[in-house]
Design a protein around this ligand. Structure first.
Ligand code: 3AL
Length: 167
């Protein structure tokens, strides 16, 4: 990535490029624009992660709540973001059997009911059976642990999205 070009962007351009580095949270790109200049992509990524870590619990929960369910309503209706569509496709979630889909949706609902935010996992680093396995295991955790786990997955998703940006 050409950091000189990134550093000379106005905030509109910057938000256009990095606004979905964290799913449906352009506020994060808008906030860290103030941290320019960035020396490397890793430096930019560090600013994003520090911003996320600085949020109160409600803010972190809010970030998780901006994520679509895996194999959920938005996937069925074709309204996922391009990033999420690609990630869910790579994990095999766009070609589930009826039974697999029902199982995932059932567990997703149970998870949301227990924690008040959706189950988030970096789909590109997993496949459909691993995702279901993790969901079944993580549903047993305490809320604080799951908030932490979800946010760590958001960071992995963000890392891969930043690697994927070319313009
Ligand atoms: N719920 C959830 O994990 N969603 C996300 N995971 C991922 O890799 N892309 C997403 O949109």
């Amino acid at each position: 990535m050409n950091m000189k070009a990134v550093n000379s962007m106005n905030y509109e351009e910057f938000i256009d490029l990095f606004g979905n580095a964290v799913e449906k949270c352009p506020l994060i790109a808008a906030a860290i624009w103030s941290k320019r200049p960035f020396t490397t992509v890793v430096d930019l990524e560090t600013s994003i992660f520090e911003f996320i870590d600085s949020l109160p619990q409600t803010g972190k929960e809010g970030i998780l709540r901006c994520h679509p369910d895996l194999a959920g309503r938005e996937l069925q209706s074709g309204t996922l973001t391009a990033d999420s569509q690609q990630e869910q496709g790579q994990a095999g979630l766009t070609s589930l059997s009826q039974e697999e889909q029902e199982k995932l949706q059932h567990q997703n609902s149970r998870y949301k009911l227990k924690f008040g935010f959706p189950f988030v996992i970096c789909a590109r680093l997993n496949n459909k059976s691993k995702i279901l396995q993790e969901l079944t295991a993580r549903i047993q955790n305490q809320p604080q642990q799951e908030l932490h786990n979800g946010i760590e997955e958001v960071k992995k998703i963000c890392h891969l999205r930043l690697q994927n940006i070319h313009w």
